[in-house]
Design a protein around this ligand. Structure first.
Ligand SMILES: Nc1ncnc2c1ncn2[C@@H]1O[C@H](COP(=O)(O)OP(=O)(O)OP(=O)(O)O)[C@@H](O)[C@H]1O
Ligand SMILES: [Mg+2]
Length: 408
């Protein structure tokens, strides 16, 4: 029903007291990685994004990177310092939150404790006025039947029909969070804004509610902007993910794009569990392509990656080599590109073993699927036993050592 366009959005939180302002006005500093300028703290800047109708976009990044600020600017709970915000083609910068046709769900459920689940959901509808069908310039209240229909339909979608007569204190955390989402659904808004709605739940409930949200979006029409600091939540829920750091967007892409082709070292380290391994390396041009040399081994760059490097005219020099834990392969000592190490810790996860290996100069984490393991390897994951490994050169990532940008 609505697309949302963020055009060069910026948010500066002005200093509250004048004394502080004067002290800072002489220079612009970076404190805790955020821009502290003479106007105040720059929480978000250069934010450009076009969210399509019914798209599910997730904003993800570490604490303080500006996710909630961005969401609150869309909601109208925070002034926009500069830039433009459009919902459904209309400029929203100066439109009051109640007139933006959005519904927000927060981390704390904030249900009314003295009201039943039914009344918690019906409450905002009773206050609400909608345009009359015969004369759209006039408004009217919803009838009790219309309210009842909406509440029951939302309860049905969320599987909370049987709790409609209960008070919130008689519900579990997951059920309460469903009611909070129900309160948003009954309003059938153009845009759902959700700020870490699952982070108060325990791990099992969170997984369950994540699956519920995936089903939910099939059943309600509306565009979703969802904030989380959990990369797994971002990867599983988002049609597209926006990765933020220190107020700046680092990359926007589908889960597959940001995983396979992270724009820079920060995204590479943030997306994927366990984290990508990084090694200092030297990129060299050879007669027939490129090679990468680390303190452990020299690896020939695959033809596909060499062609990409050549097309970008990447020169020889210091790079950071990135290898995802799932791209290591066990091999026999002495084979091409083989690295020897010692097992420090191994964690059996069932479908895979997470093996922490020390090579003398680096700590490497690898994920070895148990299906691929022949019986002779099982004993090798014991602490301090030797392990020889390599990786598929076609899955390597290369980053500029100075800028951290992806070179491929
Ligand atoms: N009202 C405010 N006044 C001044 N600075 C603020 C205000 N609200 C937030 N900030 C600052 O703006 C930056 C971004 O905050 P924001 O709440 O958007 O981060 P976040 O990404 O949502 O983090 P978290 O994951 O911890 O919720 C932070 O450095 C924060 O300290
Ligand atoms: Mg936040």
């Amino acid at each position: 029903m609505a697309d949302v366009i963020l055009k060069d959005l910026k948010k500066v939180y002005p200093y509250q007291d004048e004394g502080k302002k004067k002290k800072k006005s002489t220079e612009s500093k970076e404190k805790a990685n955020l821009q502290i300028t003479e106007e105040g703290v720059v929480a978000v800047q250069q934010f450009n994004l076009e969210i399509k109708d019914r798209e599910f976009v997730v904003l993800v990044g570490p604490s303080g990177c500006g996710k909630s600020t961005t969401l609150r600017m869309i909601a109208g709970l925070e002034d926009i310092t500069s830039g433009e915000l459009y919902i459904d083609g209309k400029l929203m910068n100066d439109v009051a939150p109640k007139d933006r046709d959005i519904a927000m769900v927060f981390q704390s459920y904030a249900l009314y404790p003295h009201m039943t689940v039914y009344d918690n959901m019906a409450f905002s509808l009773r206050m609400r006025k909608i345009p009359c069908t015969d004369d759209p310039t006039k408004t009217r209240k919803l009838t009790p039947d219309e309210i009842d229909n909406r509440v029951r339909q939302a309860a049905e979608i969320l599987g909370i029909t049987e709790y409609l007569d209960r008070k919130p204190k008689a519900l579990s955390g997951g059920q309460r969070q469903r009611v909070a989402i129900g309160r948003a659904i009954v309003r059938s808004p153009k845009v759902f804004l959700m700020d870490e709605p699952l982070s108060n739940l325990d791990a099992k409930l969170r997984n369950q509610m994540r699956a519920e949200l995936i089903k939910l979006r099939e059943r309600v029409s509306g565009t979703f902007v969802y904030v989380t600091h959990d990369q797994t939540e971002a990867m599983t829920l988002g049609d597209r993910i926006v990765i933020m750091k220190d107020g700046f967007v680092q990359q926007i892409g589908t889960p597959q794009e940001v995983y396979s082709h992270p724009a820079n070292l920060f995204v590479a380290g943030f997306i994927g569990v366990p984290q990508m391994n990084f090694f200092d390396a030297l990129l060299a041009i050879e007669d027939d392509g490129y090679s990468v040399k680390t303190s452990h081994a020299k690896i020939k760059v695959s033809d596909r990656i060499a062609a990409l490097l050549k097309a970008r005219d990447v020169k020889e020099g210091a790079v950071t080599l990135g290898v995802r834990p799932e791209h290591f392969i066990l091999c026999s000592p002495g084979s091409e590109g083989a690295v020897d190490g010692k097992v420090e810790v191994s964690e059996m996860m069932g479908s895979a073993v997470h093996v922490h290996v020390n090579t003398g100069t680096s700590d490497v984490v690898m994920v070895i699927p148990t299906l691929d393991l022949s019986a002779d390897y099982v004993g090798k994951f014991k602490n301090s036993s030797g392990l020889t490994f390599t990786f598929n050169p076609d899955s390597m990532h290369l980053f500029d050592r100075d800028t951290g940008n992806n070179l491929i």
